[in-house]
Design a protein around this ligand. Structure first.
Ligand code: PLP
Length: 359
């Protein structure tokens, strides 16, 4: 008697999937750890800041890790097969990173983003062979990406849903790399990890990692204007929506994303956009290299925590993330004209922070 089992993939398809997974794993294993940069500011006595520089990934941001995880998730779930077109909704960084890997896997890729996305990101996606589909508002990207996926029979990576589940939170991840580097520096117990939220996935991975490994380090999440994460954290209401798109690229969402998990967060701070952009500029001056605006949000939150620690007589260590490089924003946050038009007070914040910290 012969049994015939139905088969969803042919042998060649399965071999392609195995090769694709091996390629992604190989790319991860051959990558060196991103640098952990130390900042000791004389105006913050007893406080040491460390910044994990995720701008040094080949695709330019912390989304390099996420794109790899989302693709592995789709491959291991049997959703991505040879030639499967990929679609993603993004504020830009994820799309650049997905385009980077899609090209290596020879898969067509469409990025759905708002029209306001930095021109340099759009260019980077196109240079990597991706297609950009631009919409007006941040809240439209989800439905449009889903529609394109349905029409073209493509796979929607859906970072906002899948970031938390596609990312390994127990280890082999961003927080593990940070703690290995801190350990080597003799600083195994930082007081705070500070992170802003786009999908919320990075913060969620950090918070879960801290608990799983029995650490007392607190997770502080920073939220920009036009984002509902902070209000949702305070009220417990996950149905809040915002009318406008965040002006800090990469972070702040008009709805509470499934990958944003309040329970793993110890505290949240709201940072105004003017403070984010001012802090971005001061941090760039301190580091001697440009960082993106979400890194400014992170840095401003670090300064608030540092002040709080100093005011209550504590010393300690605060760790945050350089999410991407400022070169992507030369015609926005780093254009004098643009800043004067949209955030004129940011230059005042920049000057005040420079007077305090550039000494
Ligand atoms: C995505 C992103 C973040 C936030 O990371 P999440 O893990 O999505 O919350 C911060 N900054 C930049 C530039 C990003 O692209």
């Amino acid at each position: 008697m012969t049994f015939i089992y139905p088969s969803s993939e042919s042998r060649q398809q399965r071999q392609w999937v195995l090769n694709a997974i091996a390629m992604l794993e190989q790319e991860e294993q051959s990558a060196s750890a991103t640098p952990l940069r130390k900042l000791s500011l004389p105006s913050l006595p007893g406080i040491t800041l460390y910044l994990k520089d995720e701008s040094t990934h080949p695709s330019g941001s912390l989304k390099h890790r996420l794109a790899r995880s989302l693709l592995l998730y789709g491959l291991c779930n049997g959703h991505i097969l040879p030639g499967t077109p990929l679609v993603e909704a993004s504020s830009g960084s994820t799309a650049v990173s997905v385009a980077f890997f899609a090209r290596q896997l020879q898969l067509p890729f469409t990025a759905v983003m708002t029209r306001s996305t930095a021109a340099a990101k759009i260019q980077a996606i196109q240079d990597l062979g991706g297609h950009c589909h631009l919409v007006e508002h941040a809240h439209q990207v989800y439905d449009v990406a889903q529609q394109i996926a349905d029409q073209q029979n493509s796979y929607y990576l859906d970072q906002f849903t899948n970031a938390e589940r596609a990312t390994n939170w127990r280890g082999n991840n961003l927080p593990e790399e940070i703690f290995q580097q801190l350990n080597d520096l003799g600083e195994p117990h930082p007081d705070y990890l500070v992170m802003s939220a786009g999908t919320g996935g990075t913060a969620t991975t950090m918070g879960r990692y801290l608990r799983y490994h029995g650490m007392t380090t607190q997770l502080c999440v920073a939220d920009p204007e036009n984002s509902v994460f902070y209000d949702s954290y305070i009220s417990g209401n996950r149905n809040l929506t915002a009318l406008y798109s965040s002006r800090i690229e990469g972070i702040g969402r008009p709805k509470v994303e499934p990958s944003f998990i309040s329970g793993v967060i110890d505290r949240m701070v709201k940072v105004t956009d003017v403070n984010s952009i001012g802090a971005m500029k001061t941090l760039s001056d301190l580091l001697g290299s440009k960082v993106g605006a979400s890194t400014g949000t992170n840095f401003y939150a670090c300064l608030l925590l540092a002040k709080d620690m100093i005011d209550t007589g504590q010393k300690g260590v605060i760790v945050s993330v350089i999410c991407d490089h400022g070169n992507r924003y030369l015609d926005s946050y780093y254009s004098q004209k643009w800043v004067l038009e949209y955030f004129p007070e940011a230059e005042t914040v920049h000057q005040l922070l420079n007077e305090k910290f550039m000494n």
